[in-house]
Design a binder for this molecule. Structure first.
Ligand SMILES: C[S@@+](CC[C@H](N)C(=O)[O-])C[C@H]1O[C@@H](n2cnc3c(N)ncnc32)[C@H](O)[C@@H]1O
Length: 219
């Protein structure tokens, strides 16, 4: 882990406030069916959907009209930027409209979630360490954060650090973010889709579990 990430790393080609870019609802999917299925399967494996032995309270960060859970957890809080998208999310029991690049503080109590999700969106955060530190705060001990991503994005809104590297580099970036945030077990990286050709979206996952005391380490 480098001491500090360079200034350019978090800059973006489109530096208008995010709510402008996300004002128009996009009721679309951002990855293909195989990648979506892989996300849902992972959430189920981690006991975060309705098949878990007891009801789970789950936070979907940077959410939209789909959360990719294949069944409803006990409670799903969907936080994103577009109210129309969030209101169309059939699994959400609560929605929160919040620009995390403007305000990375999560409006939730300490240790109040059994899982935090962030699907195909971590690349848009310009203050990811602060957001992930908050994720650690709101997670219950031993609960997972699940960050998934592919090789597609809105390039004008993704940070330049993300755009400057390849899939392996992006996995390393997410691991580095979690280590800098502190409060998590060593992150586990996996590819969740088979390496079966160019015509399918790859799906990578980085999973870490809430550990003991939060780190005081600065970004
Ligand atoms: C590529 S979409 C992914 C949506 C959803 N997670 C999915 O898996 O389909 C990116 C999402 O990130 C959200 N987003 C982008 N910038 C954000 C920000 N600064 N704060 C909060 N949410 C943001 C947008 O509302 C948008 O729904």
């Amino acid at each position: 882990m480098a001491d500090e990430l360079p200034d350019w790393f978090f800059t973006r080609a489109d530096d208008r406030p995010d709510p402008e870019f996300y004002r128009t609802p996009r009721l679309v999917t951002h990855i293909d069916a195989g990648a979506i299925e892989a996300v849902g399967r992972l959430y189920a494996e981690l006991g975060l959907d309705g098949t878990a032995s007891s009801p789970r309270r789950v936070l979907d960060l940077m959410s939209s009209w789909v959360s990719h859970l294949t069944s409803r957890p006990g409670e799903l809080v969907a936080l994103g930027l577009n109210r129309v998208e969030l209101e169309a999310n059939p699994l959400a029991s609560q929605i929160v409209v919040q620009d995390l690049n403007q305000d990375p503080i999560l409006p939730f109590a300490d240790q109040s979630f059994d899982g935090v999700l962030c699907c195909v969106s971590i690349d848009y955060l310009s203050r990811p360490i602060e957001v992930l530190r908050e994720a650690a705060r709101v997670l219950r001990p031993a609960a997972p954060i699940v960050i998934t991503f592919s090789n597609r994005c809105f390039p004008s809104k993704a940070i330049r650090g993300w755009l400057s590297t390849d899939d392996a580099g992006r996995c390393a970036i997410v691991v580095d973010y979690l280590e800098r945030a502190g409060g998590f077990s060593p992150p586990e990286v996996s590819r969740r889709t088979a390496q079966n050709g160019r015509h399918h979206d790859p799906l990578y996952a980085v999973v870490a579990y809430k550990s003991g005391e939060l780190s005081e380490r600065a970004t």
